[in-house]
Design a protein around this ligand. Structure first.
Ligand SMILES: [Zn+2]
Length: 156
């Protein structure tokens, strides 16, 4: 089974501690690891055979993009990004899901091009270290911050 579908099932059962909010096309969840503080994912609701952005019907595609952009703005405001990074990958799980990374100067140390470059130039074992998993208190603080910003943007 797909890891993203697993996580969505947990949301539906009320047992996903990372879940922040349901939008029309997807679910907002805080990332498991927080080296890039505020790292958030936006999980498309459906799996099936729609595994590329260009597979979506145009209205759905536009809404998915629009909602992702709202989530990115909320993440940026909630966690104080200098710049947002957006990734739609899916070689691990082909289920459409956005990775939204708040970036800050110096956040990859001296890796990459003298500290400049994409998140994947930071070593995977550091990025996914258990040391940067939020505890229960940190997680609920992050969820609350993000939800406040999301609700502000969605009211407009
Ligand atoms: Zn899936």
């Amino acid at each position: 089974m797909c890891l993203i579908c697993d996580r969505i099932e947990m949301i539906k059962k009320g047992s996903n501690p990372y879940f922040v909010k349901e939008l029309e096309t997807g679910y907002v969840v805080i990332g498991d690891n927080q080296h890039f503080y505020g790292y958030t994912l936006f999980l498309y609701k459906h799996h099936g055979d729609k595994t590329e952005l260009f597979h979506l019907e145009s209205g759905e595609q536009a809404l998915f993009m629009k909602e992702m952009s709202v989530v990115a703005e909320a993440v940026s405001k909630a966690f104080g990004a200098e710049k947002m990074n957006y990734e739609l990958l899916g070689m691990g799980d082909a289920h459409l899901h956005w990775h939204l990374y708040p970036r800050r100067n110096g956040d990859i140390g001296d890796y990459g091009n003298h500290g400049k470059g994409p998140v994947w130039w930071y070593p995977m074992e550091k990025m996914y270290s258990d040391d940067n998993r939020p505890d229960g208190v940190q997680l609920s603080d992050m969820k609350q911050k993000l939800l406040i910003e999301l609700d502000k943007l969605l009211e407009n």
